[in-house]
Write a protein that binds this ligand. Sequence first.
Ligand SMILES: *[C@@H]1O[C@H](CO)[C@@H](O)[C@H](O)[C@H]1NC(C)=O
Ligand SMILES: *[C@@H]1O[C@H](CO)[C@@H](O)[C@H](O)[C@H]1NC(C)=O
Ligand SMILES: *[C@@H]1O[C@H](CO)[C@@H](O)[C@H](O)[C@H]1NC(C)=O
Ligand SMILES: *[C@@H]1O[C@H](CO)[C@@H](O)[C@H](O)[C@H]1NC(C)=O
Ligand SMILES: *[C@@H]1O[C@H](CO)[C@@H](O)[C@H](O)[C@H]1NC(C)=O
Ligand SMILES: *[C@@H]1O[C@H](CO)[C@@H](O)[C@H](O)[C@H]1NC(C)=O
Ligand SMILES: *[C@@H]1O[C@H](CO)[C@@H](O)[C@H](O)[C@H]1NC(C)=O
Length: 414
Amino acid sequence: MALKLALFLFVFSTAVKAAGLNSDVISSVRQNLVQTATHSWELGTAAEALLELDWPALSVFSPSAFPPPYQLNDTLNANDVLRIAENVVAAKPADSLALVPDGSAGDPASIGVAVLLANWTKPDPTNFTYSTAVGDQLNYLLNVAPRTASGAISHRTDEAQLWADFVYMTPPFIAYFGALQGGDSESALLQIAYEQCSLYRDGLRDENGLWRHVAEGSWQDNTHWATGNAWAAAGMLRVLATLNYTSQAQNFVAQRANLTSWIQEIITATWQHQSENGTLLNVIDDPTSFADSASTALLAYVTYRMALHTGDYTLIPNADKALQLVESSIDSQGLLRNTVNPYTFNTASTPDVPSPEGQAFVLLLHSAWRDGNFSSDSTSGGAPDGNGNAGNDDGDDDGSLFPQQCRLVMRRRR
Ligand SMILES: *[C@@H]1O[C@H](CO)[C@@H](O)[C@H](O)[C@H]1NC(C)=O
Ligand SMILES: *[C@@H]1O[C@H](CO)[C@@H](O)[C@H](O)[C@H]1NC(C)=O
Ligand SMILES: *[C@@H]1O[C@H](CO)[C@@H](O)[C@H](O)[C@H]1NC(C)=O
Ligand SMILES: *[C@@H]1O[C@H](CO)[C@@H](O)[C@H](O)[C@H]1NC(C)=O
Ligand SMILES: *[C@@H]1O[C@H](CO)[C@@H](O)[C@H](O)[C@H]1NC(C)=O
Ligand SMILES: *[C@@H]1O[C@H](CO)[C@@H](O)[C@H](O)[C@H]1NC(C)=O
Ligand SMILES: *[C@@H]1O[C@H](CO)[C@@H](O)[C@H](O)[C@H]1NC(C)=O
């Protein structure tokens, strides 16, 4: 009897190692995200996070992603995502090819996925406002933005410079554009999205598998910035998922294999530096750096989704530990604490400067954890937990969303 009890407790205690975030916490994290995201990359990242959280059937991780339905309905309306597209396109100056004219060439493209979806599902098929806006954005990237000698599209508008951030902002947009176009442009754009990932890896990767933050141009950041590695891994993951579910998937087998190994390379190298309490440091391999819960969340997200993709659960204990750390870093207001200041990269956030991107990373992490049913014994993977809730919390219409008119602030970095 005692043995049975001990056995039960043992099994039980290993099975509850990642309890996950409850719906009240998720809802306040979401609310804070929607209220604080203003910069182009924050709006784009918010749109992806809301899609994965609230409308998983429309996200690129869904086998039904291509094509999306032409008409959305009350239960699948993506209203919070489409509102981002609507506000951004309404504020876009007529003389700007980019969706948002800021100093970054790459960041505004992150909103393009939401604009493509808005175009696809618009009620009036003869209205080309969204289609033109998003076509201009692609045109800017392919034909106007500066490029490095290798052909990589710059992350900046004023000089050719590589930032790891670019990989989340731009290639997933180019791939999604292609996936909705079909025909010859589809294959061409999917290939461009892949090649940009490859060129960025060539330009930023170091021998230990981690990526530097910024290369080329007038200044560099050679540190292995945790958020930069997270952007790169999560961006390649979105491209991989897009390739995976398009009709072209069989023509991109080698590209998918490369993306898979490049993402694995980052997360494998990263978790070797995980702190005892589950966090990553802002500079992954610099022990004097400070703890950053935001990149910890995004890299754990990638780790859960990659385990589902590859069936290799080796890194799940790291992700589970990271999830617990993230969970304990959310305050009673639903704000993620102990993050890097997302506008300086190299100082810790202060209470008056929360991290909108960190809020989004929490939602992404939760979505991946939920979609993979990781609440059960994750080392054996994917077993149902009776809680496979579709995450559709009705995308509530609290009028407070986006009052800020999408402030077109220059990305305030250095
Ligand atoms: C809403 O649209 C989705 C996708 O087309 C469909 O699966 C679902 O059944 C629809 N719901 C209703 C209530 O019509
Ligand atoms: C916009 O949507 C229409 C379908 O309504 C589609 O034919 C067109 O290709 C879309 N534009 C873009 C840029 O995806
Ligand atoms: C076309 O769609 C845009 C974006 O929703 C909207 O602002 C505009 O008023 C529409 N144009 C017409 C002529 O309906
Ligand atoms: C995949 O990566 C390998 C090694 O980096 C490279 O030689 C090969 O050309 C890549 N395949 C494709 C399709 O790009
Ligand atoms: C976790 O550990 C790191 C040191 O590795 C420390 O800087 C950080 O404050 C710790 N975080 C928490 C929430 O205890
Ligand atoms: C790719 O598709 C397979 C099923 O065909 C699925 O198991 C896997 O999770 C998908 N990968 C991604 C990254 O979405
Ligand atoms: C997770 O559980 C849900 C509901 O039990 C099931 O529909 C889904 O296929 C499961 N997903 C995985 C990856 O096992």
